[in-house]
Ligand binder design. Structure first.
Ligand SMILES: [Zn+2]
Length: 282
């Protein structure tokens, strides 16, 4: 599943090829993805210039004067910028045909999604879509800043007081902070030396500062990695931005801890496999 780093990598890859271009036509090859595609997309978008491609959590926003197309890649979605006239293949559900510019010919921004958990929705100008309204702050000041609380240790500390849920669940709650998926939560908790099982309300301010820093560092690193897969402005094909061999905890249950060499523990928290070192993480 594309995580925040892959979505941000997609945004960075697309932006130079899409921003400033006018949408000349919208082709919907089916009426719905995860949800029905609202009528505004085919009626309001054609003729509009895409002023910016922004990201909020794992949503991409294509801003125009008439409103924003709001797109989520879901489990298996990808976006590609292709030469106009590129033949359609299976699961190519949506095309935004983009005007040529100067000597560059027209292009098509194409959304492919085999499993159709992605969505394409519409946000009128000056409004915030329902899906974006209750999201926590961005962990990184990249792509989008939401103007709400800064994400840091003090923020996590204040929000977590009295909470009994495991700190890993707290960190993965999109109302607390967006974009910290299972991989990145496991890695950040390992880097900060915090046990994923510890109650969120029982982590100190100092340790939340370490944890917030670890989240930022790990996500930023993953975005850098993702960037290398984006040559020819192709969206990453589901390959994680973080290379497997760089992971310290995630997916390594039973393997030696990179710090102390003791075997890493594995348990299920909710529906998710969780790996940690019982010695290094308290
Ligand atoms: Zn260890």
């Amino acid at each position: 599943m594309p995580e925040l780093p892959e979505v941000e990598t997609t945004r960075r890859g697309l932006a130079p090829h899409v921003e400033g271009r006018r949408v000349v036509a919208v082709t919907l090859r089916r009426p719905d993805l995860r949800w029905p595609i609202p009528g505004e997309v085919p009626t309001l978008l054609p003729g509009q210039r895409i002023d910016a491609v922004r990201r909020r959590a794992k949503y991409l926003l294509f801003d125009t004067a008439a409103g924003s197309a709001l797109l989520h890649l879901g489990m298996s979605g990808s976006l590609r910028v292709l030469p106009a006239g590129t033949p359609v293949t299976t699961h190519d559900h949506v095309d935004f045909a983009l005007e040529g510019k100067g000597r560059t010919p027209g292009r098509v921004l194409r959304f492919n999604d085999p499993r159709r958990f992605g969505c394409l929705l519409w946000q009128p100008p000056g409004e915030t879509h329902e899906l974006l309204r209750h999201l926590g702050p961005e962990p990184l000041a990249v792509g989008e800043s939401d103007g709400r609380s800064a994400f840091d240790g003090d923020y996590l500390f204040a929000l977590s007081r009295g909470r009994k849920a495991p700190v890993k669940n707290f960190l993965m709650d999109q109302r607390v902070v967006v974009g910290v998926g299972n991989i990145y939560a496991a890695e950040a908790l390992f880097a900060a030396g915090v046990s994923p099982l510890r109650a969120a309300g029982r982590v100190s301010r100092e340790r939340y500062a370490l944890l917030a820093d670890a989240v930022k560092r790990i996500l930023a690193h993953a975005i850098t990695r993702g960037g290398t897969t984006l040559r020819d402005f192709l969206a990453p094909d589901g390959a994680p931005g973080y290379f497997e061999q760089e992971l310290s905890a995630y997916g390594r249950g039973g393997a030696p801890c990179p710090n102390c060499g003791r075997p890493l523990k594995q348990a299920w928290i909710g529906q998710r496999a969780t790996v940690w070192c019982g010695h290094c993480q308290r």
